[in-house]
Design a protein around this ligand. Structure first.
Ligand SMILES: Nc1ncnc2c1ncn2[C@@H]1O[C@H](COP(=O)(O)OP(=O)(O)O)[C@@H](O)[C@H]1O
Ligand SMILES: [Mg+2]
Length: 129
């Protein structure tokens, strides 16, 4: 199953993206796994809006969710920005300062996803189920 959603670059759209995601997540997933996925996706959508699209409302964020039953959830977030240059390693991510205001999003994504890749202005997250 594949679903897509396009949102504009305003943080008001975060709720829409979260509700969309929750609607399609498999009912069989544990609450904690669902919470982790929603948390990571919210961080990535926030990054796409703020860092990628520089909060220019007319720029869009393209979300795609692909669920392979009992196997995996692949979530892609694409923005209209210049792209991401690198990801923190797992080791760097584990040293995260939880109280620091910035720099937690990608580290959370690295720690809570089962695979993460960046391709220009696209983040591809895989969660196994
Ligand atoms: N979609 C994106 N486009 C461009 N740069 C990005 C994007 N997402 C993240 N980044 C870069 O990676 C950095 C780290 O992101 P993150 O870990 O979420 O921390 P924060 O958002 O608090 O800066 C950002 O400050 C930004 O420079
Ligand atoms: Mg962030």
């Amino acid at each position: 199953m594949t679903r897509t959603l396009i949102v504009s670059s305003s943080l008001d759209e975060l709720e829409k993206a979260s509700l969309w995601l929750i609607r399609y997540l498999p009912k069989s997933l544990s609450e904690s796994k669902k919470n982790n996925i929603v948390l990571v996706v919210q961080e990535m959508v926030t990054n796409a809006i703020i860092h990628g699209n520089k909060s220019i409302k007319s720029k869009e964020v393209f979300l795609s969710l692909k669920i392979i039953e009992n196997t995996s959830i692949t979530f892609t977030i694409e923005d209209e920005g210049l792209g991401l240059s690198s990801l923190p390693s797992k080791e760097e991510a584990k040293k995260m300062d939880y109280l620091q205001e910035g720099g937690r999003g990608l580290k959370l994504a690295v720690l809570l996803s089962d695979d993460i890749q960046i391709k220009e202005n696209k983040v591809i997250l895989v969660f196994t189920i």
